[in-house]
Design a protein around this ligand. Sequence first.
Ligand SMILES: [Zn+2]
Ligand SMILES: [Zn+2]
Length: 348
Amino acid sequence: MNNVPCPVCGRPTEQHIDGRCRDCFLKTVTLASIPLVIRTNICPMCGSVKKGKHWEDQNAEMEDLIHGVIEQALNIDSQASDVSTSIALTNSNPVIYRAHITVTANIKGVRAESRLNTEVRISKETCDACSRMAGGYYEAVVQIRAEGRFPDEHEQQQMVELVDEVVERQKQRGDRLAFITNAQELPEGTDIYLGSNSTARQAVRLAVERFGCRYSESPSLAGKRDGKDIYRITYSLRLPRLVPGDIIKVGEDTVLVNRSAKMTTGIYLESGLEFSEHTDRLKDVKKVADVDEAENAVVISVEPDTVQVMHPSTFKQVTIIKPAHFRGTGGEDVRVILMEDSFFILPS
Ligand SMILES: [Zn+2]
Ligand SMILES: [Zn+2]
């Protein structure tokens, strides 16, 4: 087999591949090819990229994205192995990138190299999600309300943040309709319009778990798409009537609420013992104070069953029953709740 002439070019050659010399063999293969122009659509609002008919979220830098587009457009001979590709980009214009591509690989044991040029042209096109968002599209409304009262500003803020948190999470997980279309503040609460019903549902679940909310849902027919009925869902989310920090009167007792969902738990302020009751049975209780109204007071002395505290406004010594949670020995500062004729030490 030594130095047998190549049947194509006639040069003596030691090793024949497909019956010809290395150079003549390489002339028969196309290691790689790429279209001269590659067009790609990018949404100017959110930066997502169109792949076929679908849009994909894109967080990569522009150059990385162009690399990805080129790699996808590159055709490499299926017999090639150990393929390595290097791409050099130049752009004289923000929407046109010129690429010099070098592909090297093994084909039938021969190291082959291919140099290609292409141009990536970027067109701006508003994606499906952004055009829906701009058009006010929504699948669900989450109504933030409270049981038997209006939710305060802080509560509404917390709930709006919760919805934002879920929208962000679902967006990361690929729900392209995870966006807020509109938020409306009303006297009785806030209405949040969401592009995605599944995101709305996740937010409602988290509100139940985190704040003990209850909810009801009602669908309404919003039209047809592709012959199918489209429903919008309204979730009416109700914050519990009682919130942590509320001080309520239950019969003769004063109770500090720690949590209120199906059950309301807290402590009896006088004794410091734990309180727990079905929330349904607390429908008529009155809020008499709030933990935010607490003041600082100094403990003067402590007896086995009583504590002497200096009244923060009259500076008189007041004796109260020692609550179960109290561990002080005298001299310390405590938070106290002053009410008309009574005085309670809050747990620290
Ligand atoms: Zn040859
Ligand atoms: Zn977009």
